[in-house]
Ligand binder design. Sequence first.
Ligand SMILES: *[C@@H]1O[C@H](CO)[C@@H](O)[C@H](O)[C@H]1NC(C)=O
Ligand SMILES: *[C@@H]1O[C@H](CO)[C@@H](O)[C@H](O)[C@H]1NC(C)=O
Ligand SMILES: *[C@@H]1O[C@H](CO)[C@@H](O)[C@H](O)[C@H]1NC(C)=O
Length: 240
Amino acid sequence: MKGFVVLLITVAFFDASTGEPSPEIIPVEGGLSGDGITTRYWDCCKPSCGWADLVNNTRFKTPVHTCAIDGIEIIDPQQQSGCADVGAAYTCSNQQPFVVNSTLAYGFSAVSFTGGEDYHMCCSCMLLNFQGQLSGKKMLVQITNTGSPLAVNQFDIELPGGGVGIYPHGCMKQWNASETGWGDTFGGVHSDAECSELPAVLQPGCHFRFQFMEGVSNPPVTFQQVQCPRELVAITGCEY
Ligand SMILES: *[C@@H]1O[C@H](CO)[C@@H](O)[C@H](O)[C@H]1NC(C)=O
Ligand SMILES: *[C@@H]1O[C@H](CO)[C@@H](O)[C@H](O)[C@H]1NC(C)=O
Ligand SMILES: *[C@@H]1O[C@H](CO)[C@@H](O)[C@H](O)[C@H]1NC(C)=O
């Protein structure tokens, strides 16, 4: 009986013409949509949708998981960010992008829709439709972070080795990275080969930029709000 159920699910989620996995993507009626810009980062800090005290002011019921220094153990959402002097909460290493099929990936992103800090869409999901050189490829991201440097409709995609940005201390403390992180402070490593500078657990998400994203830097997007796939909710523990 169990085998029968698995077979049904498998058939339902494959594209008949390409033979590749093809999960159903469900738009949110009346949801957000528009044109956006992208940047990238991996600063190892606690993502700001991980703050417990936001829960009563936002739609999500539980904050985004944050991890101990090993990047694996999920810790108390009251714990301060590892990017602060006394903090010990870091980005969980599994909050990195992964490929679903040759034209679709899942991942996580910081975002602002208003310019600056913008918590109201924490844990919602957006389908990013890459434009320009990457057109034809899409990335479905769950929003885990926001912050004051962000512009309106700016998606700062979580890509290991994508640059530590304005918070260099997290990766120094968590992974002994240099003061500038890996590669440039803004933008990160320059090639697929340089991904070997990262800890092994973060290398797949670094390769993702040079493989699935073909090394295209900061592609523009159109975006549309969609229901979050359960795979992403399972990783962050946060449901919009
Ligand atoms: C990947 O999955 C998406 C969503 O189901 C689907 O639209 C797309 O056609 C798939 N890509 C391929 C190459 O099968
Ligand atoms: C959220 O609200 C509930 C009910 O009012 C309260 O018990 C809880 O302490 C609040 N949580 C935070 C983190 O403020
Ligand atoms: C970072 O360096 C310290 C001191 O040399 C060492 O104890 C620790 O294991 C290193 N951590 C990692 C993740 O490499």
